[in-house]
Structures are given as structure tokens and as C-alpha cells.
Design a protein around this ligand. Sequence first.
Ligand SMILES: Cc1cc2nc3c(=O)[nH]c(=O)nc-3n(C[C@H](O)[C@H](O)[C@H](O)COP(=O)(O)OP(=O)(O)OC[C@H]3O[C@@H](n4cnc5c(N)ncnc54)[C@H](O)[C@@H]3O)c2cc1C
Ligand SMILES: NC(=O)c1ccc[n+]([C@@H]2O[C@H](COP(=O)([O-])OP(=O)(O)OC[C@H]3O[C@@H](n4cnc5c(N)ncnc54)[C@H](O)[C@@H]3O)[C@@H](O)[C@H]2O)c1
Ligand code: SF4
Ligand code: FES
Length: 809
Amino acid sequence: MINSKKKLVVIGNGMAGINTVEQILKLTDKYEITVLGSEPHPNYNRIMLSYVLEGSKTIDDIILNDLQWYADQGITLYTGKMVKSIDGEHKKILTEDGLEIDYDVALVATGSQSFILPIPGKELPGVIGFRDIADCSAMLEAAKTYKKAAVIGGGLLGLEAAKGLVNLGMDVTVVHLMEDLMERQLDREASAMLKAELERQGIKFAMQMQTAEVYGQDRVQGLRFSDGSELEADLVVMAVGIKPNIQVAKESGMETNRGIVVDDFMRTSMPDVYAVGECVEHRGICYGLVAPLFEQGSVIAKHLAGVDTEGYSGSVVSTKLKISGVDVFSAGEFITQPEHTAIVAKDEWKRTYKKVLLRDNKIVGTVLFGDVSESASLQKYVRQQTEMTDEIYGQIMGTGCGNHGAKTSSVETMADDEIVCGCNGVTKKAIVEAINENGLTTVDEIKACTGATRSCGGCKPVVEQILQYVLGDSFKTTAKQGICGCTTLSRDEIVEAIKTKGLTTTREVMNVLGWHNDEGCSKCRPALNYYLGMINPDTYENEGDSRFVNERLHANIQKDGTFTVVPRMYGGVTTPEDLKKIADVSLKYNVKVVKVTGGQRLDLIGVRKEDLPKVWEELDMPSGYAYAKSLRTVKTCVGSQFCRFGTQDSMGMGEVLERKFERLDFPAKFKLAVNGCPRNCAESCTKDIGIVGNDGGWEIFIGGNGGIKARLADSLCKVKTDAELIDIVGAVMQFYRETGQYLERTSEWVERIGLEEIQKAVVNDTANRQALVERVEFALQQVEDPWKKIIHDEDTRKNLFEAVTPSIV
Ligand SMILES: Cc1cc2nc3c(=O)[nH]c(=O)nc-3n(C[C@H](O)[C@H](O)[C@H](O)COP(=O)(O)OP(=O)(O)OC[C@H]3O[C@@H](n4cnc5c(N)ncnc54)[C@H](O)[C@@H]3O)c2cc1C
Ligand SMILES: NC(=O)c1ccc[n+]([C@@H]2O[C@H](COP(=O)([O-])OP(=O)(O)OC[C@H]3O[C@@H](n4cnc5c(N)ncnc54)[C@H](O)[C@@H]3O)[C@@H](O)[C@H]2O)c1
Ligand code: SF4
Ligand code: FES
């Protein structure tokens, strides 16, 4: 039988080449396909090498198409085969070891190689790039013996490599040529925030350093810089960019420049020879991310299958750094120019930064740090150069009022054509249709069906949300979510392990429970610090470094770098003597504003960091904990002492409760209110615990919230005596402390645990209530006033308050 199929030979078994083959196979079976790759492996996910190095994936995990796949598709695969050139006249592919393979159509997909700086010593053992499995294995092996690594280049690759090496226990310095990290993707602000976060995660930096030489005898021993200084290193990773592999093209006489020159249909200057991927130069641009390469592959697949296509017209690229606990996103233009209108929001406390650039009111670029929840929408707006409107402003900035006030980044409001998976160009609509039409129930099934999540994996949380949204109640997460990217363990598993294994420090938890990331991240470290303190209140030593800056300094940082001081005023009641002290201190330390807070306290705004201990000393009042995940305030109404309607002494009870439970740590901030009668002047309905007096005693409400996600409190129970009230309040607090997830407010906790379950634990089961009360009493015995402690601690005063700037967790 005569084989009527055309011979398609692909040179390069990497991500772009095989993605193109996959797209061709979806459209046509008219090609007999042969693939030649110089690496000894089947096609794997190069992007995930960062995760292999970091320790969260193995080589096996990152194989995209195993050998069986090639066999199943009828593809002839040659691994470890280096192609030398293409003989266009005789239509043959020639390999370095003398093989000749006929072709009708050839596709060059040879990718890039690491750019190695042309400096003395570059060939010393221990100097490598980071491009393939071999490089990754070499680094994993080196880390077993050697301890000091230098990564040259503070771009995406260098930073991911550095984090991986830190995880392997190495002492890592990133040597960067420029003033800012990732200067090709980020502006100065985001770069600085990124650097601070990575330093916190254990990476050191040598900025604005030009490497002149790698020195060493039989192996690298260090770097010498152009200013004559040196850095010791027994492993050097060069991550200073990439160089397209164009040798085959040059040898074959194709037009090349930096890359292989192609037209909009990805045709090279040689007849019937196409090119795709990082080796390509299209309209003067060589791309280094998979999304544009897969778009190129789609054009080739359509063209070769005879499906109409407009051709490839270039891509707007966006990038995300793949380091757990560091969310950075950038798309389009990112440096503010005079012609731009810039929308900028920076939150130093939450460590988030958002910049959106407009030109002629069109969205042309964005940089996000810390909160990248709007990245998908912004990517679309940048790609389409969407006109800025009030609605879009409200959506992406999460501000404004009226209809566009609410932050609406949920999948429910996401447009159908919004691209969810940037790497593979998969829209929300495609995912929803795939779920509905094929009865999909897991992210893995969506991956197999649509390709979403298959490359960098950055879109997985959104894909999971879409799945949840489409399936509603029948949604079950199959892939268990860890508390952060450093672990797959849930909050309950971690708390259980701390108890059963007797773990005592955050580092011990991370080591014993196999954290992917030795240092943890800004999500898990404060959470572990809380769980450890909650479980071992008497023995656990609070780790200040694992707390947010406000909790370390016991004051709230403001946008101008000054702090606020809120002294405790039990039940919102003060005295002329205390007011006088507050006035004196405010005058003496030039407090900018004295503000009455929503919780009936006085807020001294604008205190300089170095003055904080002196302010506390002279105030001689307890800390009001306005900065902490702790009992903030007990708001009270006038109550029966003075009010005509009051049946209960709300001021008195508020003071009792506040004195009793102050300084107790909770998963999140905690607020109370006590009212003398159901008129509810102190607004119990929006508090974590709201107490309302009635004729026969008190009614207790829980789970109220007046914040972004407002929620009216649920009635928990009615009690007759003050003693019963205090017991149940204590039991609710302890039950929340023991079962709440770190940062989960009671409004979410009540919804998650269920009101009935809480009633059972703290109202109906009196023995359980008693046990909770005993545990909360025990925890309360350990608390002390932080301000008092600091006032008498010279070292802390000097190091924490008189040092130049606080390092922000
Ligand atoms: C560690 C790391 C992390 C990355 N992270 C991301 C990320 O998060 N997001 C993102 O979008 N991109 C990321 N990238 C970039 C992405 O991996 C590349 O853009 C993509 O792999 C390029 O695909 P390609 O097919 O053009 O090249 P490659 O995947 O490099 O494939 C080319 C293949 O051709 C082979 N070859 C070369 N010459 C010949 C020859 N003469 N004969 C036979 N075979 C040959 C090579 O050995 C190689 O296997 C990352 C890259 C690295 C190294
Ligand atoms: N998360 C991701 O998307 C991701 C991750 C890894 C790699 N990649 C891709 O892989 C490719 C390679 O990444 P890369 O970071 O090497 O490339 P890059 O070109 O993005 O960054 C190289 C960095 O090295 C710096 N540099 C250049 N010469 C230097 C010198 N002599 N000394 C010190 N620093 C020097 C540059 O200033 C630049 O910041 C890129 O295409 C990148 O997009 C992407
Ligand atoms: S809640 Fe009742 S007791 Fe309290 S101030 Fe208002 S009316 Fe008076
Ligand atoms: S965005 Fe990279 S896999 Fe989806």
C-alpha cells in the first residue's frame, strides 16, 4: 500500500515543537511525524525545572509526553540525536552521527541555550547554566557537597534558581548587574519589594556588580568583580539570558539574525521549512516564554492542516515569578513615562503594590506585587488595550462607590472570553464548556481536556474556582490544598502534627513536616507562629520574625512610615487623668492627629518609630492591641448605669470582659460589643461577639462583621447570669482559637464550622464548655503587656526601634 501521508520532521523535542505537533494532531492525520531531539528524554515541562530544583516536583512529575504517547500517536522519536543541517535540495535532515531522514515539511524547534558570559574561568567545573534536566541534576548533586552558590543574573531564571538552591541548604548570593531586580519586567517599587521579600526568604544580593572573572584551581572557588572585590562560591549558575539555537539554520543557509527569521506563517527562508519557539525571530522579536510560542505553534498547525488562519502577528507577554510566597505579575509596559497616566496603589502593611499604566486612556501595562488576583483581567485589558472606565477602575483597584465599588474578581463576574491560562491561551468559556460537556470534576481532567494548568501551573487556583463555580455543591477538591505553596498539608493536619509530634518551633514544623521551602513564606510563618502559641501557651516563645511588622513593633505603620498608638480604654471608658496624659504625650511628641476610633478608643496618629517606647513609657497605659490578631476593643453603650432604657450594666460588663480577655491571641482580630438593652446602640450585630442585655439577662451573638464582607451576627444563646455570660464568651473564644484557620475572621469561621456545631461545643455540652474555659484561663495566665516589656528592654529599644528602618515581613 502506498503511504499517502506527508513526512513531517521536527527538529527539537522541546516545549514549542511538541506543542505544535499536538496541535497538528488535533486538526489532521495527514502527516507521518518524526521527532529528533538532542536531549535523552521525552518531552518535558522545562518551566517546572524551577520546581524540581526547589524540591516540590520530581523529574518524573514534569514529563509531559512519555514514550508511550509517541508510540500511540505513531510518531518516530529519536532521543539523544543532534541534527547538523537540512539539505533543502534533496529534502533530507542530516544528523551529526550521519543519519539522513527524508522530509516533505520540516519544523525547526531548537529552542535556546543559556548565555554564558565570555569571561575567564567560565569553563571551570562548577560553572553552569540553568536550562535543562542535566543542569538541574548537576545543581541538585552539587548542593550535596558544596555550600556557597553564586547566581549571576537577577532575572526570572536567576531568582528561581537562587530560591531553589536556598531550599537545598546553600548559602546563595545573586549577583546582579543592574540597580533593580527583574528590571525587564518590574519598575523600581516592585523590584524593591521583591528584593526585600527574597532577602527575608534567605537570598543575599550583590547589586550593580559586574563579574570580570571566575577564579579557582580544579573547580570554581569564587567570582572576581570589575571593582576588584571577590565573592567566594563553589557553584556558579549563569542566568544572564538566553541565546537562540540557530546553528542548524545557519548551516543550512536559512536567513538568520538573532533568531531564525520567519514570516507571519512561521515560514523560514527555506521552502517547506517552518520554525517555532525560542529559536525564532518574528518581526524582530525572539520570545522567551511559552505563551507566544504556543500561539506560533497554533498558526503552523492550522497552516499545515489547511485550516484558515490570519497568521501570527506577535504577542503581548506577561510574566509571573514562580517562587512560593512571592506573587509578582507584569504585563505590557511597566516603566512610567511622561506620556502615561499611572494608577498606583501601595500598601506597606499588606505588602502589596499595584500599578496600571494608561496611554490616551487605554490600559497598556501593569505591575502587581503581593496581590495578583486581578492579573487575568489586567492581562486581557493590556492585550486588548482596553479603554479605562469607572467600572474597570472599580474592579481592578477594588475601590470607588456605588455600583462599581465592590471588588469583583470572582470567576462569576469574569468575562467568558477572559484568558484563564495565559500559557496555553485557554479562556473561561473553554473551561466551562469542557466541564459541562465532558462531565469533568477535577483540575487534572480539565488539564487533559483543555491544556489549562499544563505549563507553569500559575492558573491552577482560578481553574479550581471555575470548577467549584460550575459544579456548585457537588464540587470536591481532589488535589488537597496546603496552607500555602510551601506545603500540601492543611491547617488541621499541621495542628494535629504539632500536637502529636510535640513540635515546638516554626523551623521544626517546617523540617519535620517536609516544607518545600526551608524558610517558609509570609503566609505560613505567621500562621505557624500562631498555631504553636495556641497549642503550647506556656512554653512557646513567640517568634517576632514570624509576625507582621505591626505586631513586631506593637503599633500600626502608616503610609508615611510613622506609627499610631492606641492605649487601652476598658469598655471605651476613660478618665480625666488618662486624657490629660494622652494630651501631654501628644503635644510632646508632635502627634499629628488624635482620632476617636470606631471602637471608642483614642488613636494617636503620626508617632515616629524611635519615639514609640518613650510614648508608651510616658503614657503608662496598657497597649490597646489595635495592631494585633488579638482582642481589639469592647465597645459599650451607656447601659443601666445612666440610660433610661438600660436593663443591664453594659459599661461595667464591657470593662470586665476587656480586662479579662485582653492580650489573648486569636487567628484574626477580635472585637466585642456590650449593650444594655435590645436597642443595641453599640452595634452588637457586627462584632465577633456581640452581647445584648435583656430583662432576664443577656443574649450572645457571634460571627458579626462590619468590614469588606459585612455579616450580621447569629444568635448563639441567652444566659441569665453574668458568670454564665463570661464562661460562654471564654469558651467561644477558645473554640475559635483552637479551630480557626489563621486569618479567618469569626464571620467566616461560623459559616465554615456551622452555628449548630458551635452551640453544641460551647452551650449544650457543659463539660466541653468547662474544658474550653480551663484552657482559655491557662492561656490567659501567660500573657503580658508588650509595651511594658519593651520599655524595660534596652536591646529591643535599640535594635527594633532606634535602627534605621524596620525590615517588613
Ligand atoms: C528553569 C526555567 C523556568 C522557566 N519558567 C518559565 C515560566 O514560568 N513561564 C514561561 O512561559 N516560560 C518559562 N521558561 C521558558 C520556557 O521553558 C521556554 O520558553 C520553552 O521551553 C521554549 O520552548 P522551545 O521548544 O522553543 O525550546 P526548548 O524547550 O528548549 O526545546 C528545544 C529542544 O531542542 C533541542 N535541540 C536544540 N538543538 C538541537 C539540534 N540541533 N538537534 C536536535 N535537538 C536540538 C534541545 O535540546 C531542546 O530539547 C522557563 C525556562 C527555564 C529554563
Ligand atoms: N517565571 C518565568 O516566566 C520564567 C522563569 C525562568 C525563566 N524564564 C525565561 O527563561 C529565559 C531566561 O531567563 P533569564 O532570567 O536568564 O533571562 P532575562 O534576560 O530575563 O534576565 C537576565 C538578567 O540577567 C541580568 N544580567 C545580564 N548580564 C549580567 C551580568 N553580567 N551580571 C549580572 N547580571 C546580568 C540582566 O540584567 C537580567 O535582569 C527568559 O526568556 C525567561 O523569560 C521565565
Ligand atoms: S442599648 Fe439600650 S441601654 Fe444601651 S444606650 Fe442604647 S438604649 Fe441605652
Ligand atoms: S498560566 Fe501557565 S499553565 Fe496556565
